[in-house]
Structure formats: C-alpha cells, structure tokens
Write a protein of this length. Structure first.
Length: 407
C-alpha cells in the first residue's frame, strides 16, 4: 500500500543520544549507519560523496503485511488478512561526477516508478537534480512516523514525487530548496500512461462534478493535470541548550491544465518545525491549500493513486502533531524500538465536507535488515481506513503490521 516499513525508523533516528555506556554507544553508532543506508535506499535523496569516485550500487526490499479492519466484515470474520505488499529494486551511483538514483516498485495491483533522477553536486553545499524527484514541501524526508504517513500524504502534500528540476543548498544552520515541476511523474494531463491511478504519489487528475460518486473517474472533458509548479522551502536550525530545533516555511504555486481547455491554478503553504531532545522527536506542521478552476465554482477535486480514484476538498487546512521516542535495545536480533503517536486533522474543507482525522499509535522494530511496523489506527474519513477525504464514513479502527527485508 503506502510506504516502507522503515520511514518511522529513519525519521526518528535523527535523535541524538547523550549516553555514556559503551554498549549503548556502540548501538547508537550501528543505528546511525542503518539510518543513513535506509534513508538513501528509500527516498533517493542522498548526497553522493564526490571523493568516492565512480560506483553503482543496487538494493531493494520485499515487504508483507497483516491487517485487521473493524470496518470490513469479511476481514473481521477471517481474523484479518495477510498479503504481499511489494517488491522493490533500487540503483544509486556516480559516474564522471554525474550522480543518479532510481527506484521501481512492483505491487500486487500496479507497477510504478517511485523516483528516477540524475544530478550534480556543484560543491559540498549545493546539489541539482533533474527527473522524478521528491517535492520539497513541509517536513522532509517524511513529515510522519507511521506506515500510514499523515493525512497530508493523501492530499498530495507529503512525500510527493513529480517531474522537474530541483536545487538544494545546505549550510551549517539552514537549507534552501528551489524546484520547478513541469508536471506530475506520470506526464500530467497528456502523459503516455494507460492508467493514471497507477502512481505512488497522489496527484490531481480531474475536477469532481456535482452528482458524481466519490470514487468515479473524472467525467469527459474534466480530467486535469498539475503543470508548471514552483516550490520554495526554507528551514533554519536553532540549538537551545540540549534541544535541537528546525523551523521552516514551504510555499507552492502552480497551474492546472483541464481537458476542456479551461485553466486552473493551485497553491499551498506550510509552517513546520522539528524538535529533537535526547531520544525524543517532535514534528509539528500547519498546512493550507487551494485549487481554483476558471469559470467554475469547483469545490471538490479528483485525485488518483494506488489503483483507484478518490475525492478531496478543493480547499482545506490541515494540522499535524507527531511524537516519537527511539530506544536502543539488545533483545535477541532486535536492536531498536521506536515508539510513536502521529495525529493528523484536515478541517475547513470546501463543499462543507466533514473533517478528517487520523491517529496512529505504534512501534517500529529494527532487527538487522528486517524492519517491522506495528500500528493501531483510529480514523474518520481517512483513505485506507474505511473512508475517504470526501467524508463518507464514521470512526474506524485498523490494526496493521507491515514487515520487510531490505538488502
């Protein structure tokens, strides 16, 4: 379904532990090495060491999942279901000072490109990329800890990947991202793909008309695609005694191409912060977005990903508050436990759509190359938890265990 069983582990291992015991220090070093390796494999956002010379590395993962869903009577009667999640291949490298990274995923129901780019390190602070890259918006690399991301992911505002140019400057205490995306990773409105629902990222694919079903494909003439989108993101690091804080702002503005020739536009903004203290990690984000279509009072939009269409409000505000604690352990093969609680709220929706909330309480378990999420999800009007962003469901619960081996 959504993401690797390693996202929480990667993001929360940014914690700096001030522990004097030699055994725990050794574990900390091992965890940091694993963090660097896995974040490189999963996101494709790594910086390549120019002194390393030419190299090509291959990696991948195989993941499986168990879920128990209180909103699915057949699933409940079976005592839950176990499924194959995905198989993945990665390639990263550097040849003649050109760096590159790509990842392809095979799900049961679709095959997709996660990312694919080439780039260049201008110096130790500046990097440029071209291709399918992560959109620099909000907290990076991920704004959440759980397997389910935050509700922003289902709005196309977390871990989104599009096709374009990406520039990053990293200083000692700040980072600036500038990006221009010509269209989504599937080629936008006129992309040469047979099914626009076959996508890792959620993309706008149409205008939802009155009377259409929540999960319907866009009506003829009202398919849409994102185009000419500009992103600006800036973060600044602050150290307050033993607390490390990252404060940032993200802006996004672009156009919509509509099948009938109508123009549209989109914009989004976010304020975000990350705080690390000892083994604790706190993530906060406020996000607002809006889609406009010329000559129409468009209040709902069609999005697509993971083999189906869905509906979101054309305008909304989201809040996110996530807390995690990373605990090195020595329990057989298990070296780390990351406990977390992720909370998302989407409100002030256009069309008077009902609010969405999702709370995920869980733990990520690290054991060599095997990584496991154990999540308990409580949500309302949340995709993949018995609902839709359009607000068609009650409060649902899901127990989810996702585990995979990374090589």
């Amino acid at each position: 379904m959504i993401r690797s069983a390693l996202a929480a582990f990667c993001t929360t291992l940014m914690l700096s532990a001030n522990v004097s015991a030699n055994a725990i220090n050794t574990t900390d070093d091992e965890i940091e090495e694993l963090k660097a390796r896995i974040e490189k494999l999963e996101s494709g956002n790594e910086e390549v060491d120019a002194d390393r010379g030419d190299f090509v590395e291959f990696g991948g993962a195989a993941r499986f999942q168990y879920s128990y869903e209180n909103y699915n009577s057949e699933n409940k009667n079976r005592g839950g279901d176990a499924d194959f999640d995905l198989f993945r291949l990665d390639v990263d490298g550097s040849i003649d000072d050109v760096i590159f990274s790509a990842q392809y995923r095979w799900y049961q129901y679709m095959n997709v490109v996660h990312h694919a780019w080439v780039g260049y390190n201008f110096d130790e602070n500046q990097q440029g990329k071209i291709g399918v890259t992560q959109v620099p918006f909000g907290i990076l690399t991920w704004a959440s800890n759980s397997y389910f991301f935050s509700s922003n992911f289902y709005l196309g505002l977390e871990d989104d990947y599009d096709l374009g140019l990406n520039y990053t400057y990293r200083g000692d205490k700040n980072r600036l991202d500038l990006a221009f995306f010509k269209n989504d990773e599937l080629g936008g409105l006129d992309g040469y793909v047979s099914d626009r629902t076959d996508s890792y990222s959620y993309n706008i694919v149409g205008v939802r008309l009155s009377g259409e079903g929540i999960y319907d494909a866009p009506s003829v003439g009202y398919s849409a695609g994102e185009t000419n989108t500009v992103n600006v993101r800036y973060v600044h690091d602050i150290a307050l005694n033993e607390v490390e804080i990252e404060l940032g702002v993200s802006l996004q503005a672009g156009q919509l191409a509509i099948e009938n020739g109508t123009d549209g536009k989109n914009r989004a903004a976010a304020l975000h912060g990350v705080a690390n203290y000892d083994r604790w990690n706190l993530k906060l984000q406020l996000t607002e977005y809006k889609y406009d279509v010329d000559g129409m009072d468009a209040e709902r939009m069609v999005v697509a990903a993971y083999g189906f269409y869905d509906t979101i409000a054309a305008e909304a505000t989201s809040y996110m508050a996530n807390l995690a604690y990373s605990l090195p352990v020595n329990i057989g093969p298990i070296s780390n436990l990351t406990f977390y609680n992720d909370y998302s709220l989407v409100t002030n929706k256009s069309a008077n759509l009902e609010d969405t909330f999702m709370n995920v309480t869980g733990v990520a378990i690290t054991s060599g190359g095997l990584f496991t999420y154990v999540d308990f999800v409580v949500a309302e009007n949340q995709p993949f938890v018995g609902g839709s962003m359009a607000g068609d469901g009650g409060v649902n619960k899901r127990v989810n265990i996702n585990f995979g081996y990374y090589f």
